[in-house]
Write a new protein. Structure first.
Length: 386
């Protein structure tokens, strides 16, 4: 049984602080849980344990026999995860959403200068916001004054729904229901809409007759949402029971992010997080293999989170990879030039050689990009990763 934060857990917390143990706070409705459930994992604990097991295996390979015990902790939502990381002993890492981090930084609810207290290891993947309504509802403004389920209280969906509708100046009567209960009450007419946050395709909406008569409603990507959210699209291929063939629904997405406390470099906790990052990053290809959800392939460790500090540990890993790629490129280029001279291409001046090398590097980067995901290249200016 995984420990649940918010309960009386002094003995467990004491164990988390033991040498070589790393506490990772996840969440009941986290990206990991939802993604793994879509492939048949019906228990959150199994999803969390799969992450811990992967990192433990990787750690054993890269730490020269030094053991790293990763303890997944079942949290109480993306907002509570940030609080736990900030204040609770034994919590070294957590998964939250970028819009929640920015919300806390703006409001100062858990202290000033949060952007200096918490740093990010990596942006993970986007989770789409699903606004589910009955077929007669055509615009989001029609929900004003009606009851809308924001998900379970304190969940990522709860806070995200409140922030989005507030930004759009739509005043609703928020209720807090589980996703399954919300769908039932939506069909009965007890509520007007339900907000569900999760990576598409969310298993709740596929393969069930319970959603007959329902549909997904557009959330406009207005100027008020552009600082904290990303444009997204839901299609018939994602939800054949909710979207007509050939149709699509515009919506917004939040981004899951792995964060850590900004420990000083000499702190023992810093050393443990550094071990985790090396193991996690070096072994990440495991997440690209079936039966993992395709969204794991969207992860790019070099993607930046605007207005937030990347952990020094993660930045050092990225820098090492970039340096290694540069060495390989230079060696490949030198080998090519040596062969070219041998077959009679003649010699080049130093400036001509430098110009040719720059062209070669640009060409090599395009070739590398076409052969797979480059985890050291910052694609943050493209797509949703701005």
């Amino acid at each position: 049984m995984l420990p649940r934060l918010g309960e009386a857990i002094p003995p467990i917390v004491q164990r988390f602080n033991s040498k070589g143990t790393l506490g990772v706070v996840l969440l009941d409705a986290s990206p990991l849980a939802k993604i793994e459930r879509s492939y048949g994992y019906d228990a959150y604990a199994r999803a969390a344990s799969s992450l811990a097991g992967l990192v433990r295996d990787a750690a054993a390979e890269v730490l020269d026999g030094d053991s790293l015990r990763v303890v997944p902790i079942v949290g109480k939502g993306v907002a509570q995860n940030v609080r736990d990381l900030r204040f609770m002993r034994g919590v070294d890492l957590g998964i939250t959403h970028t819009n929640i981090l920015k919300h806390f930084a703006r409001t100062g609810e858990i202290g000033p200068s949060l952007e200096n207290q918490i740093t990010y290891i990596a942006k993970l993947f986007n989770e789409e916001v699903h606004l589910v309504v009955r077929s007669e509802t055509t615009r989001i403004t029609e929900l004003s004054g009606h009851r809308v389920s924001f998900g379970e209280k304190g969940s990522g969906a709860d806070i995200t729904a409140e922030l989005i509708l507030e930004a759009l100046n739509i005043d609703v009567d928020a209720v807090h229901l589980s996703d399954a209960e919300a769908i039932m009450k939506l069909k009965s007419g007890a509520i007007a809409a339900a907000v569900v946050v999760g990576g598409k395709p969310a298993p709740l909406f596929n393969g069930s007759s319970d959603i007959a008569g329902l549909k997904l409603l557009t959330i406009p990507y207005t100027a008020e949402l552009q600082d904290d959210y990303y444009p997204a699209e839901l299609t018939h291929d994602d939800y054949p029971l909710l979207i007509a063939e050939g149709g699509s629904v515009d919506t917004v997405a939040v981004c899951a992010v792995l964060v850590t406390f900004n420990w000083p470099k000499k702190n023992e906790r810093y050393r443990k997080v550094a071990k985790f990052v090396d193991a996690f990053f070096n072994k990440f290809e495991e997440f690209h293999r079936p039966p993992r959800h395709p969204k794991w392939r969207d992860v790019n460790f070099a993607a930046t989170l605007e207005g937030w500090q990347r952990s020094r540990i993660a930045q050092q890993w990225i820098d090492r990879k970039k340096e290694g790629a540069g060495v390989v490129s230079r060696k490949t280029f030198d080998d090519f030039m040596q062969q070219a001279v041998q077959i009679g291409e003649g010699s080049l001046s130093a400036s001509e050689r430098a110009d040719l090398f720059r062209d070669f590097v640009e060409w090599n980067e395009t070739q590398s990009g076409s052969q797979g995901t480059d985890q050291t290249k910052d694609w943050s200016a493209r797509g949703p990763y701005r």
